[in-house]
Design a protein around this ligand. Structure first.
Ligand code: HEC
Length: 164
């Protein structure tokens, strides 16, 4: 073995040892990287961003600004149903205060039961919405009503629980 690779090995070993000494005591308490609170905020914002992106098209179709497409409606609605199912885990108590990037109001945790009711309703309504928009097969009155109904959930929750 050359001198160079011996040194490299020693360095690597030393580095790995140093890392494990630092990482071991807290390895199970908290993984390295962003704090659990930051992860929760980033997750819910990502979830809502995607929900918004998938939902926007329905508004455009309802207003006559985009053509109805059954496969597209089904795909987007199913994704909203899935994304809505992730939200339950995205408002843990630890993400309540001190997260500057969050627009979540403290009322979410003060009125936890109320908020959870709104979340549960949103999940149910997303499923009803997904069924309706694929059944309608066009930008019918039924389609428009389904879009408006789910839109009411967004607005209703934002009015109470999201900073403008
Ligand atoms: C049960 C409550 C609730 C419902 C229902 C809800 N939202 Fe939100 N939404 C929030 C909260 C709270 C935030 C702020 C999250 C944060 O910043 O921590 C948010 C944030 C957002 C954001 C901004 C994300 C970002 O990156 O800052 C978008 C876009 C959004 N919601 C779209 C929607 C759409 C579209 C719907 C309906 C299809 C919807 N939301 C339904 C509570 C809700």
């Amino acid at each position: 073995m050359s001198l160079y690779s011996k040194r490299a090995r020693a360095l690597l070993l030393g580095g790995a040892l140093a890392l494990s000494c630092v990482a071991l005591p807290s390895a199970y308490a908290q993984a390295p990287g962003p704090s659990p609170a930051k992860i929760a905020v980033e997750s819910r914002k990502a979830e809502f961003t995607l929900i918004g992106n998938f939902f926007r098209w329905f508004g455009a179709v309802a207003r006559g600004n985009a053509p109805y497409d059954e496969a597209e409606a089904k795909k987007r609605a199913e994704r909203i149903v899935f994304l809505a199912s992730l939200l339950d885990e995205s408002f843990p108590d630890i993400s309540n205060v001190g997260e500057p990037d969050s627009k979540a109001k403290p009322e979410i945790w003060k009125e936890k039961a109320e908020f959870e009711k709104k979340l549960a309703k949103f999940k149910d309504d997303a499923r009803v919405f997904a069924e309706a928009v694929s059944k309608e097969k066009g930008a019918t009155e039924g389609f428009k009503t389904a879009v408006a109904n789910l839109g009411q959930d967004c607005k209703g929750c934002h009015d109470s629980y999201k900073v403008k």
